[in-house]
Design a protein around this ligand. Sequence first.
Ligand code: GRF
Length: 208
Amino acid sequence: MEKLKIGVLASGRGSNFEAVLNNIKAGKLNAEIKVVISNVSTAGALEIARVNGIEAVYLSKTNFGSQEQFDDELLKVLIDHEVNFVVLAGYLKMISAKVIRTFHNRMLNIHPALLPAFGGKGYYGKKVHEAVLNYGCKVSGVTVHLVNEEYDNGPPVLQRCVPVMENDTPESLAERVLKEEHKIFTDALILFAENKITIEGRKVKIKA
Ligand code: GRF
């Protein structure tokens, strides 16, 4: 069993990061969160990290001369903290090819819908759930996927359905989906920690 040394990237409140952290504390996942990085200085995720004694780093491209300089710094922070696995937990920026290559097949994102539906650029936060409701879907769900160079496009690792109710609002659907997010992210990480994942092209296979 491998101990995952996780670097978290998050832009917002950080409830997915917190759920993973709580599962580590509860002994469900053999991992350690080494650093939390955010492009938003006021992100809740940074505060949760600080409260838990985890290094919290604010890193925004706006403070760097070029994308390359930003990428080098991001990689430096991850490597300096001995990160061997990256978790995007509500990170709203694109990750560049260089960073993705460094953590090839070792970087996961969570998306609050069943990809490839309702994913890609512009589909984030409330907009995803609004689109699901406007389409009249009967189910939505969660996708945890490997990260490649396109938004929400990497191979799925786990997907789970969440029912849509007739009187749902984007908020009520988001809440139901979020409950599943808080379980599925850890479940996916456990598969990596237990070395149960093999990747063949776009197919992520799970050993029994
Ligand atoms: C989640 O819905 C996640 O699926 C999406 O962004 C949201 C982040 O929420 N990518 P939180 O910051 O983890 O609470």
